[in-house]
Design a protein around this ligand. Sequence first.
Ligand SMILES: *Cc1c(COP(=O)(O)O)cnc(C)c1O
Length: 401
Amino acid sequence: MKPAFDPAEQIQNLLQFGEFGGVNPSITDSSTFTFMDPVTMRETFLGHMEGCFLYSRHWNPSNKYLADALASMEETESAWITASGMAAITCSILQLCNSGDHLITSVTTYGGTFAFLVNYLPKFNISVSCVNITDLDAVREAIRPNTRLIYTETLTNPLLQVSDIPKLTGIAKEHDILLMVDNTFSPMIFSPARLGADIVVYSLTKFINGKNDCVAGAICGTKKFIEALSNVNNGTAMLLGPVLDPLRSSGILKNLHTLHIRMKQHSHNAMFMANGLKELGLKVIYPGLPSHPQHALFTSMMNTGYGYGGMMALDVDTVDRAYDLMRMMQEEGVGYLAVSLGFFKTLFSNSGKSTSSEVPEEIQRNMGLSEGLVRFSIGLDNNIERSLMKVKYCLTNLHII
Ligand SMILES: *Cc1c(COP(=O)(O)O)cnc(C)c1O
C-alpha cells in the first residue's frame, strides 16, 4: 500500500547541506555573483543556465533552499520566495491577469488581499467579483468569458469557512481558468496543490516561520509559472522586486523543520479551547467542531495527523464586550492583543475593526462577520487547561457567561 502523503516527511527527506558540509545550508551574504566567463553571464541572462546565480533579486542560494523545501512540502514543481505574503499574492495575480481580465474571489479573505483586489486592481482595468466561496453555484454564475482566475483561502479569514478545493478545481478546469489558493492558515493540514489548485501562496510570517520576527511570503506552482514570474524581461516578481533577505530566509528554513510539531500543538490546544467554550453555550467558530458547517468537508480534504488548525473565533455579539474581553485576557496572561497569527503565544484581535477593517461594514454584515467577533490564534501553551480557566475567569467576570 502506498503510504499517505505527509508534508512533514517531505521536509524531513530534504538533503540540503552547507557548502562546507554544514548541517544547515550556508547563508549567502552576497547580492551579486562572480562569473568565470562572460559567455556564461550572457547565457544566464537569457535564462539558459539553470543552477547559476546572477543577482539576488533574481535568485539567491538561501532563498532557493527555502523555495525547494516549500515546493517539496506542497508537492509543486517549483516555488519562489517573496519579502511578504502580500508580495506573493500581488505578484502572482499581476503575473496572471492583464488589463481587461476578470477574477472571482471569496468575499472573506485577508483584509489586505481584499483591499488589493477591490481597491487597487481597478486601476489596471482588472475587474473582481466577490462571492460566497462555499456557494459553488454562485462561483459558477460569476464566471465570464474574460475570467482568468478563482482566488480563495483554504480556510478563510476570519470566519474560518472551508473552500472546497477539489470542486473549485473542477469548475476552474471546466472553464479553462486557474485556481489560486492562500493556505496561510493551514500549512501541512492541507496540501491545496495536491487537491488540484494551480498556485498556492503563503504568508510565511504566520505559522510557517512561527516566531513573528519577520515578514515573508512564498508562491508554489509549476516550473513554467515560477520561471515566468522571475523572467528578467517581463517577470512580475523580478521587476517589482520584493526579494527576501537571505539571512531571514535561512531562519525561516530552520523553523520550517519544526512546523509539524507546532501545528499539532496549535491544533490540540485550539480544539481544547473551542470545546471548552462551546460547552459554556458560547458562539464558537472552529472547524474541528462537528457543528461547524464545513466540518465534514475539512475532514475529507485534510492530511492526517495535524488536526483542525490553531485558528478559532468567538462571537461575543458587541464591540464593547469584545474590547473588554480582550483587555482582560491580556491582563490575565491568556496572550497578547495583537494582529497576526501562528505565534507561540496566543494572539487575539477584533476582526471587524482590525484585520478586516478594509472590508466595508455593510459587506462585513452580509458575509456574517459579527462586530463582536474575537479571532484567536491559539498558542503552544503547555497547559491549555489553565489557559481555558483564565478565559472562563474573564468571561465570568465580565458577565458574558
Ligand atoms: C497575513 C496574511 C497575509 C499577508 O501576509 P504578509 O506576510 O503580512 O504580507 C495574506 N493572507 C493571509 C491569510 C494572512 O493571514
